[in-house]
Design a protein around this ligand. Structure first.
Ligand code: ZN
Length: 314
């Protein structure tokens, strides 16, 4: 059986995994992402590291089926990455660049989309082809998979769930320059925004005892029934549940998978979002499942390996 290579390019490090084609990992390693010179060293560095590793593992390139790549920026369905600020890139033809080193099928996609594919392939308790993955970190990212296929969209913005316009109550500024985006309320930053709004006039909270507040602290105190933190978490859950209710009648997924740093709050968070979803969704999608992401940082390389596999075997 031929093997798969999955690459997760990040702003500081790039993770590379070599897999059997059933997803079993053979080896994984990281290299530094060199962003100088407009990121022009990034792909050559990756290809050199792969060649070196394949040599050490005594695996011939002939025995590699495909390469998949996840990138911190939008990638369109033709594999063109348009502006990855974290890598110093403007427009880069990913497959074209890799082809200079490897004559293999190459598939690239946005990193959140790739993580979505990874979680669908290896993270869930049962196989499915219809998933919406939402990653709650500093921002909110996501990936929509319909019938096993990622929704990239014409300019690679399919699944940019963080910028769903949904909030008309708080009007926090988004990094994209607008207000009302999902991530202004449901990211780690957004949760702190919500708390700060209440702290302007509320005194009934332990948050006042901390010099700095974080989403983690807010969830921890909410679990202890701190009134302000419970209110913040309920508002977070209401807005995220509403976004899921809307997404459920667009792609009708079997699973919503919630990942990212904020999801460390676990079942407490998941149950609140699920209840908020049930309260706001169309009746015929009420049986949609909610699950926490399980692959952590490995979702990127696993998903990348799988998009490469799907592309090579389509
Ligand atoms: Zn936005």
């Amino acid at each position: 059986m031929k093997k798969l290579i999955g690459i997760d390019v990040g702003g500081t490090t790039t993770k590379i995994g070599i897999f059997e084609n059933n997803g079993d990992i053979i080896d994984q390693f990281s290299i530094v992402t060199r962003k100088e010179d407009h990121g022009s060293h990034i792909i050559p560095d990756i290809c050199e590291a792969i060649n070196l590793k394949l040599g050490l593992l005594d695996i011939d390139v002939e025995n590699i089926l495909s390469i998949g790549v996840g990138l911190p920026g939008p990638v369109d369905s033709k594999g063109i990455c348009r502006t990855a600020v974290n890598l110093g890139w403007s427009t880069v033809d990913i497959a074209g660049e890799f082809k200079k080193y490897f004559d293999l099928p190459i598939k690239a996609a946005n990193d959140a989309n790739v993580a979505a594919i990874g979680e669908m392939w290896k993270g869930l308790p049962e196989p499915t082809n219809d998933v919406v993955f939402i990653t709650l970190g500093t921002g909110v990212g996501g990936g929509i998979i319909i019938d096993g296929k990622l929704v990239d969209g014409t300019t690679g913005c399919g699944g940019e769930i963080g910028h769903i316009t949904i909030d008309h109550k708080h009007n926090f500024m988004c990094n994209c320059g607008r207000t009302g985006c999902l991530e202004t309320v449901c990211s780690a930053t957004g949760i702190v925004n919500l708390a700060n709004e209440l702290l302007e006039y509320r005194l009934d909270t332990k948050l006042l005892a901390y010099p700095e507040i974080s989403a983690r602290l807010i969830f921890d105190l909410a679990k202890e029934n701190d009134p302000v933190c419970v209110e913040v978490v309920d508002e977070f859950a209401r807005v995220l549940g509403l976004a899921c209710a809307n997404l459920a009648v667009i792609s009708n997924p079997e699973y919503f998978i919630i990942g990212g740093g904020v999801s460390a709050a676990g079942d407490f968070l998941l149950n609140k979002v699920h209840v908020a979803f049930m309260n706001q969704c169309f009746a015929n999608v009420r049986n949609t499942n909610f699950a926490l992401a399980t692959l952590g940082n490995d979702a990127g390389i696993i998903g990348a390996a799988y998009i490469g596999y799907l592309n090579a075997t389509k």
